[in-house]
Write a new protein. Structure first.
Length: 78
């Protein structure tokens, strides 16, 4: 087995650099984005008498949204 050549090292370095940038973007935007999602999901319509949210009309969607809300509450300390 031969050692990697210089172009292979450059390709590996580029991939690692891209992964680093993606990781930094995700880590810096994850908390504000999840907080915004949390507020948007649980906001009641302004002109309705009852607070029936759009995602509560479908049972599978409701289960998914409640799992997301639980995840945000546990991990984001909202």
């Amino acid at each position: 087995m031969s050692w990697p050549t210089m172009p292979e090292f450059r390709a590996i370095a580029r991939v690692l650099c891209c992964l680093l940038v993606v990781n930094l973007v995700v880590r810096t935007t994850k908390r504000p984005f999840l907080s915004w999602i949390y507020q948007w999901i649980l906001r009641c319509p302004t002109n309705s008498e009852r607070c029936e949210l759009f995602w509560q009309k479908s049972r599978p969607t409701e289960k998914l949204v409640w799992k997301l809300v639980d995840y945000i509450e546990k991990n984001q300390h909202i």
